[in-house]
Structure formats: C-alpha cells, structure tokens
Design a protein around this ligand. Structure first.
Ligand SMILES: Cc1cc2nc3c(=O)[nH]c(=O)nc-3n(C[C@H](O)[C@H](O)[C@H](O)COP(=O)(O)OP(=O)(O)OC[C@H]3O[C@@H](n4cnc5c(N)ncnc54)[C@H](O)[C@@H]3O)c2cc1C
Length: 313
C-alpha cells in the first residue's frame, strides 16, 4: 500500500493552498495512507490547519528554530530521514517545491518526477513536457521511494473538515551549515497573490512602458484581480519578474485570465492552460492568443482597456 508524505508549504503563519492540492493528488492513489509533514520554527497553528485537510491520516511536525524560514538545504536532510517510513514524498511544483524536492531526491539517490498532473497508478503518472505541448506517462521504480512535485494548477485543493491527529516527529540528523538565511526581499501589495488568485489581468510588451502598465493596474483593481505579465514585459522592465506567467514564470489556474497585448507564445500559454475563461485583447486578429481565448476583443488596448475599466463602474 502507498504511504505518502506530503511536505507542507507555508509562510510561517498560514499554509499555502499548494499543500491541500498535493493532498488532492495523493488521494488519487488508490488506498493511499497520507501524512502531512509540517516543518517550521513554531508550527502548532500550522499543524492544526493541516489536520483539517480531508483525506489525511496524520500530521507530523518538526519544530526547530533552524526550520524558520524554510531553507531547502536545511529541510531536505530532515525530510530524507522521515522518508524511510514512506513509499512516496510529494511537494508542490511551486518555487518552494522546485527548490526543495530535487535536494530530497538527490539525497535519496532517486530521480525526481516533476509536475505530476494526473495519477495512473501508484507508480505511474502523467506530466507535461515541451512547455505543455505534449503529455508523457512516466513510471517510477517500485523498489525505491517516489519523490515528486505536483503540478498545483492541475488540482483543486482537498477540502477541509478533517481532524487528523498531530504527532511530533523526532529526527536526529546533522544539519548542514553551508547555507544560511540572510534576508528576504518581497514586494508589498494589497492585491491577491498571483499563484492562487481567482482573477488575473496580465499585460504584455504592447503596453510599452511601466507607466502604461497602470492601465492593467486599474482594471485589476476594479476586478479585485492579481497582476500577471508576459516575459517580454518583464524583460523590458515594465513589471517585476514575480508577475511573469508561463514556462519560466508561474503556472496558474485562475477562473478568469485577461491577456492584454500578449501575443500568446507557447511559453506563455503553458502557464495558463488550466485557466477557466481566457479573455484576450489584441489588435492583431491573427495573434495566437485567440486560438486559446474563450472571448477575444480585436482592437487597440489603449482604447479598449480604459473603456472596459470605466464600464465596470
Ligand atoms: C525558453 C523560453 C522560455 C520562455 N518563457 C516565457 C514565459 O514564462 N512567459 C512568457 O510570457 N514568455 C516566455 N518566453 C518568451 C515568449 O517566447 C515570447 O517572446 C513572449 O511571451 C512575448 O511576450 P508578449 O506577448 O508580451 O510580446 P509580443 O510577442 O511582442 O506580443 C505583443 C502583442 O501585443 C499586440 N499589440 C501590440 N500593440 C497593441 C495594441 N496597441 N493593442 C492591442 N494589442 C497590441 C501585438 O499584436 C502582439 O500580439 C520564453 C521564451 C523562451 C525561449
């Protein structure tokens, strides 16, 4: 029987929705026994939150000052120690998981399976390749632990309502001293987080300047949406890199995605494949974005976007 350890992602005070999405993936493995590991400096509240995720048997806590903030190099050997009791170790395909899970896999001497998007069996999974243009089935050996990242855009978060027991894990491993936390620099914004936002308004190269990107901000404010962008807009310095959507940016699955002045290169589209409704505004009716858009507006964004923003009252 599959025994799965899901590594909780959190910011020290609240769980990231990616945790319940990893659990949703784990529950697709028939008969799986699922535990959630919460590592951190002070984890009681986080563990209580994790205990509510439906489908899990247990929450395992590892409370250690060194675990706050999360540093992949510090967490990985502890997860490796826990992995001895499990057939699978899952983490999210977020920046957190992409940093952590390869270290876990390397220390265990196994290959990581990246971006699981569906489960075909306990050791057989589907994942996207070629920027999401092809889906491949991969089979992991059954004689070693499966270390995998879960494509969070492919899963709805597992529901709450559970009250799983919380146990503290005792781990005796030497922690590396070669990596230490120096400083965290983050942008401050009242807007929803791009990764988990229900609505996203994104702008591309066509905006032409940081100043003009204010048009995107205004529309996003009216809709209560997060801001996204194409790589061209980031490279041109109109917006910070954390807004980039796509293959080398964030893979997102909002209910509504509005792409403004974005051509729809495959590397961008791969980031929005799982979006609910895609609206595109582009002056070129041949732009590839219209092939994936549910609603397309052909016209000049500098006329259409203010009109749309005003119409929202
Ligand atoms: C390895 C690799 C990884 C990459 N990863 C990413 C990624 O993660 N995300 C990403 O976005 N890209 C990525 N790219 C880049 C990608 O290939 C494109 O270059 C990029 O997405 C183009 O951005 P854009 O659509 O804003 O610009 P453009 O392709 O220049 O498109 C601008 C669009 O705006 C329209 N337009 C112009 N003026 C107006 C106007 N006034 N009103 C309305 N429409 C107008 C044009 O018709 C055009 O369609 C990657 C590329 C590579 C090689």
């Amino acid at each position: 029987m599959a025994k799965i350890l899901v590594i909780a992602e959190h910011n020290g005070t609240a769980l990231n929705p990616s945790t319940a999405k990893c659990v949703a993936c784990a529950t697709q493995i028939e008969g799986a026994d699922i535990d959630v590991a919460v590592l951190g400096g002070s984890v009681a509240g986080l563990a209580a939150e994790a205990a509510q995720i439906s489908g899990i048997s247990r929450v395992l806590t590892v409370e250690l000052a060194d675990n706050d903030p999360a540093i992949a190099a510090i967490w990985a050997p502890q997860i490796v120690a826990m992995a001895a009791d499990y057939s699978h170790v899952f983490g999210p395909s977020t920046a957190f998981g992409k940093d952590l899970m390869p270290r876990v896999a390397a220390l265990l001497g196994v290959n990581q399976i990246s971006d699981i998007m569906s489960v075909d069996g306990s050791h057989r999974f589907k994942r996207p390749i070629y920027a999401g243009n092809a889906i491949v089935s991969v089979e992991a050996p059954t004689d070693s632990v499966v270390v995998a990242t879960i494509r969070t855009a492919s899963y709805q978060a597992a529901e709450g309502g559970n009250s799983a027991p919380v146990d503290s894990a005792s781990i005796d491993v030497e922690l590396p001293a070669h990596t230490r936390f120096v400083e965290l620099q983050t942008g401050t914004s009242d807007r929803p987080d791009l990764q988990s936002a229900v609505k996203v308004v994104a702008g591309g190269r066509a905006l032409g300047s940081e100043e003009n990107f204010g048009l995107i901000d205004k529309l996003a404010d009216k809709l209560g949406a997060a801001i996204g962008s194409s790589r061209a807009a980031v490279d041109a310095g109109y917006v910070p890199p954390e807004t980039q959507v796509g293959q080398t940016g964030q893979i997102i699955a909002p209910d509504l995605y509005i792409a403004i002045g974005i051509s729809g290169a495959i590397q961008h589209i791969t980031g929005i494949k799982d979006a609910g409704t895609i609206v595109a505004i582009n002056k070129d009716e041949e732009a590839p974005i219209f092939e994936v858009a549910d609603i397309g507006l052909v016209g000049d964004l500098f006329a259409l976007v203010p009109e749309l923003t005003d119409a929202l009252g």
